[in-house]
Design a protein around this ligand. Structure first.
Ligand code: SAH
Length: 345
């Protein structure tokens, strides 16, 4: 039997073309698109389609439905962490954060991660597989549907390296931006990368209005290569070359993520070097207090205020990331595959 068509990963014009092959009129495509992006769980729920068309779709296409496997709500700040089960039995994590400026959903782009950062729990089991555009999109759709909270912002900062799943992530951006669906503006979306420079260059050329975050974490090659293997392929100088180009091509300021690790990334000399790299590239540094990952020996720094001051003395714009959902392990770097089982060990 031919492989089923991944309908929810398709754009509206593509669905129209597919429906034409079934002898169906164009306007049906929009009806189907709207239903899928509302999060229906079967073709049978598409009640404005004929029964025969619904049956044909069910036979030929998949719908990418996510089921709640586990849901945890933070008592501290209302953050919700979802563990979704996908159709192949794999699970994926999504976090909903409630900020004053709007509800923000943090989505995963892969199951597991191949990047191997020393401080991050998502990479412990390696990469299992990349998510489809529909699976990334469905995290947004079902989080809004299940929580009943309207989502206005998206951060691609969950499990996985989004630029390692480049084509699917780009298609996700196109789908989630569609006025017939979630209609989330590019300026309300952030994408975070560990520094795949060739992909940063490709992204720049697309001139999207998204915010790019770069997980820098250390300004010197010696330290960065120790905690982030990606630095051995693309070093700090090469990374900043792409960051500079990204700003010049898109006019968008980059946000640099910097995890404060005790005795590893928190020295004054490192603050000075970081400021030096940023000279002439308008951007902003976001200091992340390291979250404890049980398997890692790295510990949180106590020098966050001093480091921040030192950067500011060089004229760098700095913020410190607020921790949300810490009672449910929803903070940066704590998401992981099969949370249920691994957390029990
Ligand atoms: N792969 C992408 C997307 C992950 S985003 C990237 O590397 O940017 C998750 C962010 O949390 C990244 O900045 C990551 O480096 C950071 N992070 C991972 N583990 C962490 C930890 N234990 N404490 C604080 N931040 C962490």
């Amino acid at each position: 039997m031919a492989e089923k068509i991944d309908l929810k990963s398709m754009t509206l014009p593509e669905i129209e073309a597919f429906l034409a092959t079934l002898g169906e009129p164009k306007f049906r495509a929009k009806q189907i698109f709207v239903w899928m992006h509302k999060g229906v769980s079967s073709f049978d729920e598409m009640t404005n389609l004929s029964k025969s068309l619904r049956a044909k779709l069910a036979e030929r296409c998949t719908l990418t439905v996510l089921q709640v496997e586990r849901k945890q709500v933070s008592k501290l700040d209302g953050t919700i962490k979802y563990l979704w089960e996908m159709e192949d039995g794999n699970c994926v994590e999504t976090v909903l954060m409630r900020y004053k400026h709007g509800n923000t959903v943090c989505v995963s782009s892969e199951i597991g991660c191949a990047m191997g950062c020393a401080f991050c729990a998502s990479t412990i089991g390696g990469l299992v597989r990349r998510l489809t555009p529909a699976e990334i999109l469905s995290q947004v759709i079902y989080t809004q549907k299940d929580s009943g909270l309207p989502i206005s912002n998206i951060v691609l900062m969950g499990i996985g390296e989004p630029l390692d799943n480049f084509d699917h992530v780009l298609r996700f951006l196109e789908l989630v931006n569609d006025p017939n669906g979630m209609n989330i503006g590019m300026r309300h979306i952030s994408l975070s990368t560990c520094g795949l420079v060739d992909k940063i260059d490709r992204l720049a050329d697309l001139q999207l209005q998204i915010t790019l975050s770069v997980s820098l974490h250390a300004p010197d090659n010696e330290t960065r290569s120790t905690i982030m293997p990606v630095n051995k392929a693309y070093d700090v100088e090469r990374l900043f070359q792409s960051c500079r180009r990204y700003f010049e091509v898109t006019g968008r300021r980059i946000s640099y993520e910097y995890a404060m690790i005790d005795g590893v990334t928190d020295s004054d000399a490192q603050a000075d070097l970081l400021a030096k790299h940023l000279k002439g590239i308008p951007g902003h540094v976001n200091l992340i207090p390291l979250n404890d990952v049980r398997e890692s020996k790295l510990k949180p720094s106590r020098r966050v205020p001093e480091f921040k001051k030192r950067l500011e003395s060089h004229g760098v714009t700095v913020t410190v990331r607020r921790k949300l959902g810490s009672d449910i392990d929803a903070s940066c770097g704590q998401l992981r595959r099969k949370t249920l089982h691994l957390d029990e060990t």
